[in-house]
Structures are given as C-alpha cells and as structure tokens.
Design a binder for this molecule. Structure first.
Ligand code: UDP
Length: 242
C-alpha cells in the first residue's frame, strides 16, 4: 500500500488521506498506552488483531442496521473508512461495574448494572478525558440535545448486539468505549475501533478474576500473556458468522 498524506497519528492508529476525498486509511499500530499514556509498551501483533476484530464487528453491526465508518481492509492492519467529523465525546457503556466506575463510586467490581450505564467523557487528553454531564455537554456545545439522545440510543443498541455476539463467544462484555462521527448528511455513524483495547472482556470459562481477563487490563495491570489473550478473543470472534 503506498501511503498518501498522513493526517493524524494517535496512540494506537495513524490516519492517512487517500485519493478518494470521502475515504481515509487507518493503520493499526502495535503501540499500547494506558493511564492517559503514562504507561507505554508494545503488544506484538495487536495492530493486526484489532484491525481484523474491528472489521468483523463493524460488518456484523452493519448487518444489524448500525451505521459504521467501515469500508474495507486492504491489508491485515489497514482499514479504509468513510471520512467523518469525529464527535469529541467518548461514549462508555457498562454492563458490569469495573475500572474507573469502581474507583470513583466504591461499587464492587462485577456489580450488575441493569439497565446498562451510559456515560459521556470529553475526548481531550490534556484534560484527562473528564466525565461529562448532559448539562456540561450542552454548555460546551459538544453535541446538541438531540445528538446526545441519539448517541445514547445508538450506544444501547450497539450494546445489545455486541453483548449477544460476545455471549456466543463465551465472553462477557463488561464495558466498552465508542466514538462516533458525523457524515456529510449530519448523520451519526459509529467510528474508531472495537477491540480488546476498548472493551473489557471476561472469559466465561474462567472464574479467577485475573485469569478471566482477555483485554487491555492485562497490559494495564501487568497480568502477562497479553498477546495470547487478544489472539484468543480474535479467534472466537472470527469463528462467529457476521
Ligand atoms: N476506554 C477506552 N479508552 C479510554 C478510556 C476507556 O477505550 O480512553 C474503555 C476501557 O477499555 C473500558 C471502558 O472504556 O473498556 C471503561 O473504561 P473506564 O472508564 O473504566 O476507564 P479505565 O479503567 O480504563 O481507566
């Protein structure tokens, strides 16, 4: 693949222009960061795994009526995507309490959240991606009230589809982060990636709270076998039809 102009390099991906103005090329890196990039490392093969897994999940979501930015995969760690304006809001959906929710609220890890919790964070590394309220979203003009309502309903719909999909893989979808973009017709579409970098995934075959972890928490918490865990998730995901 001959690269066109580099538009942006993030922590896990590089974005390039293509000869088609409506299409961008995403290169998935092996670089891993955590705690707002205070911890850095490499997960060998992660770029390919996350690209393949995201492609499969995006196509599966499209088939379920969820609009995504996915176009195709010209190689194992490259994805062509529709050019959209990214909304600077990280939408987190939680089915079980974990991570920052437990730290901030004292809820025990694994507490069931039914209905699922939907949270909005400001996508801004300098500010440490702070938690937003709906009033803050309005004051900061990050999204209109209609867009916020749509982000919430899209996120909940995606959670239903993804939770059922991962259930068929013998994996519990604990929580995950989504990013959305706005296309030329002002339509919200799912963007970024869906991978063990952005989801908490627990292996249902394991009860041990460390052994069951199949996601980036293995890297964050130095649990070891990070590559193997990512690969096992990919194998199970690819074994499920779209
Ligand atoms: N997440 C992410 N990017 C971020 C923050 C969170 O992909 O910048 C994902 C994270 O992997 C988890 C979910 O969103 O699946 C909820 O993360 P949480 O708020 O618990 O933060 P963390 O524990 O990662 O600090």
């Amino acid at each position: 693949m001959s690269y066109e102009q580099k538009l942006y390099e993030g922590k896990a991906k590089i974005l390039y222009a293509t000869e088609d103005l409506n299409v961008l090329l995403t290169f998935f890196k092996d670089d891993a960061t955590a705690f707002n990039a205070q911890k850095r490392g490499t997960i060998v093969g992660k770029g390919e795994i996350n690209c393949k897994m995201s492609s499969h999940l995006f196509q599966m979501l499209e088939a379920q009526g969820v609009p995504t930015h996915f176009v195709d995969c010209p190689s194992a760690n490259e994805m062509r995507v529709r050019a959209v304006k990214i909304v600077p809001i990280e939408v987190v959906v939680r089915n079980l309490a974990a991570g920052s929710l437990c730290k901030q609220t004292g809820l025990a890890q694994g507490t069931e959240l039914n209905p699922p919790l939907v949270e909005f964070y400001y996508k801004n590394d300098d500010l440490g991606d702070p938690l937003l309220t709906e009033d803050r979203l309005r004051v900061m003009q990050l999204a209109t009230p209609d867009q916020v309502a749509e982000l919430r309903s899209l996120a909940l719909r995606i959670n239903e589809v993804l939770s059922a999909f991962f259930q068929n893989c013998g994996i519990t979808l604990v929580d995950f982060k989504l990013e959305f973009g706005v296309d030329g017709s002002d339509r919200l579409i799912l963007a970024d990636e869906i991978s063990p970098d952005t989801c908490r995934l627990w292996n249902q075959e394991e009860s041990d709270p460390d052994k069951r972890v199949m996601d980036k928490d293995r890297f964050r918490r130095d649990l070891g076998d990070v590559e193997a865990a990512y690969q096992r998730v990919l194998d199970r995901v690819l074994a499920q039809p779209i």
